[in-house]
Design a binder for this molecule. Structure first.
Ligand code: ATP
Ligand code: MG
Length: 565
């Protein structure tokens, strides 16, 4: 491939809204361009990288016994109604109608479609297990598409679905997919962490996410300083905190005029915030309406919203307005778990807790000396795990870090096969729903994730398996026939050895511009044929460290081979 014939529109300008390096460099390097919010075109360079990533994914999945299929992008809404997701999915689902008024959904994920494909085609346990995948466009009408390819509306996902006759076999496949994903992300040159994830309202047990570690990641990960434990903050666990030095109080109602916040209450009673119970009032949204829910936790803890949402099986929770709070009969600042008339959930760490201070559910009053030992209420895990909390696996300290979710594997069970009536006959001729697993990779997101982890202030630093070309042969002055033919010769040699190389043979660009493009685009190596070529010397530059070495022209290819090893 020659630069002079290629379409690589690099620019100095980054889009105004591009705050992340990956967003800036992918646009500036001529990999992608934005069409509309969260919708991107791939230019030739971007398409080459995309195909390289797809190739790695496909090779590893095929080696693990998965089969590639390709399903329709426009999916009948009927299927979504049957699975119960038509309403649940909310506004992210883009619904369209055809000329006959038939309703369709642009596929945001393909569980329903894949179950429909397998249903009535695989009918016996003898044909199980089976693992089918596709690498396919998805559409989610995300509320805040941003960060370039990291959160698009139209994006490319690898989605795989496995079908089994029993849970044990599904768990075996889940383990195999975990290992396969590790191979994929390692080959792509990523530093990642596998973390326990929230399984959402769908339920199910095991769910793990593959997080690329990067400061710009949208997900917060809780990890252990000592052992391998890692979890998305939405699912993280900690050892129950020990509260010491509690002050003793009799059970009593105490007048607390205008004393509302945890700080005010703590100061008023002369206690630590951990001896108070905090009430967080939210509005929960369900398929068929909404209600006010109060979550109670220790005064110095923070509510983890995903956990809160799961505890009441809501689709979403939002802040409640002052009117809604008043309408529910609650007095903000004075809400407590004793005698409350509104749906509530108490954090697990308060189970059996005694001698606490909480709101009295009347204006300007709190209760002291409160015991939750015999309260008839729902308890669940609601707390956000903090840095410094204690690991449940090894009793060492936990810390927070940031990650980009690039993969998610999920033990689904019969969540989709049951409502969609996708059954098979078992050994005894009994009809049963398939036990399923589902496995996703954010393929287009990976382009950004790789650059978030591998860049410097000059541009992209593609990894070995993802670089659009391994070598950029820069002919400093392409008007000089000698230099140009030396470059062409190297180009041919590398191509013959199946080392992907691009020849920068542009006659009208200066050397500085060419090296700038090399650094911005991020090929692994450059071979520079410049002034010293008179003395038979060329320069080799590593893009990752920008180290330069001079070698005789004849040794250039051998040196590249050595470096690539
Ligand atoms: P997120 O939490 O980032 O919104 P998700 O959990 O909703 O993602 P999944 O349904 O698990 O996503 O989809 C599988 C994979 O697809 C994710 O792990 C992620 O890498 C990728 N993905 C999801 N949403 C987007 C998006 N809007 N743009 C690009 N990639 C995405
Ligand atoms: Mg996910």
């Amino acid at each position: 491939m020659k630069f002079s014939q290629f379409f690589i529109p690099t620019t100095k300008e980054a889009p105004k809204d591009a705050s992340l390096p990956s967003h800036q460099f992918l646009v500036r390097g001529g990999f992608v361009n934005q069409v509309s919010a969260g919708i991107y075109n791939y230019l030739p360079m971007g398409k080459i990288v995309l195909e390289k990533i797809k190739k790695v994914i496909k090779e590893e999945l095929d080696a693990a016994g998965c089969f590639e299929v390709e399903l329709g992008f426009v999916t009948p809404s009927e299927l979504w109604r049957e699975s119960g997701r038509y309403e649940k999915y909310g506004k992210e689902l883009l619904r369209i109608k055809d000329r006959k008024e038939m309703e369709f959904v642009l596929g945001p994920t393909h569980e329903e479609m894949m179950v429909e494909l397998v249903k009535n085609r695989v009918t016996s346990y003898k044909n199980l297990p089976i693992n089918l995948y596709q690498i396919k466009l998805k559409f989610r009408d995300e509320a805040r598409p941003r960060f370039g390819l990291l959160r698009g509306r139209e994006f490319l996902m690898k989605d795989g679905y496995s079908f089994h006759s029993n849970t044990e076999d599904m768990k075996r496949e889940f383990g195999l997919m975990e290992e396969t994903y590790k191979k994929i992300f390692r080959r792509l040159g990523l530093e990642f962490k596998i973390v326990e994830a929230d399984s959402g309202a769908i339920g199910g047990t095991g769910s793990k996410e593959f997080m690329v570690l990067a400061d710009s990641g949208e997900d917060t990960i809780v990890a252990c300083k000592s052992c391998d434990y890692g979890a998305n903050i939405e699912a993280a666990k900690r050892v129950k905190r020990k509260i010491e030095n509690k002050k003793a109080f009799d059970y009593a109602k105490v007048a607390t005029p205008n004393i509302k916040t945890i700080e005010e209450v703590s100061e008023f009673f002369g206690i630590q915030p951990s001896q108070t119970i905090k009430a967080i009032i939210k509005k929960a949204l369900y398929d068929d309406g909404s209600e006010i829910v109060v979550f109670f936790l220790r005064g110095d803890d923070t509510l983890e919203e995903t956990k809160a949402c799961n505890s009441i099986k809501a689709n979403e929770i939002t802040d409640a307005s002052e009117e809604e709070i008043a309408l529910a009969g609650l007095f903000a600042g004075f809400v407590g778990p004793i005698g409350i008339n509104v749906k509530s959930v108490i954090d697990n760490e308060l189970i059996g807790e005694t001698n606490m201070i909480c709101g009295a559910n009347e204006i300007d009053a709190h209760l002291s000396g409160v015991s939750l030992a015999s309260i008839d209420s729902v308890f669940d895990d609601l707390v956000e795990v903090e840095a410094g909390d204690i690991c449940t696996c090894c009793a060492n300290e936990l810390y927070h870090t940031k990650g980009i979710e690039v993969g998610h594997i999920f033990q689904l069970g019969t969540r989709y096969s049951e409502p969609l009536k996708a059954n098979f006959l078992d050994e005894n001729g009994k009809s049963k729903p398939f036990v399923m697993g589902t496995y996703g990779i954010g393929v287009s997101r990976l382009l950004s994730a790789i650059i978030e982890q591998h860049h410097d202030e000059k541009g992209c630093i593609w990894t070995k398996e993802t670089a659009p070309f391994a070598v950029d042969i820069i002919v400093s002055n392409a008007k000089n026939e000698n230099e140009l033919s030396a470059g062409s010769k190297l180009h041919k040699e590398l191509n013959n050895m199946k080392i992907s190389a691009i020849l920068d043979d542009r006659k009208n660009e200066r050397f500085g511009f060419k090296i700038g493009d090399f650094e911005l685009i991020g090929f692994n190596y450059a071979i520079i044929i410049g002034k010293k070529f008179e003395n038979d010397i060329v320069e080799i530059v590593r893009r990752d460290t920008l180290e330069k070495i001079e070698v005789p022209y004849k040794e250039a290819v051998a040196t590249i081979l050595e470096l690539m090893d």
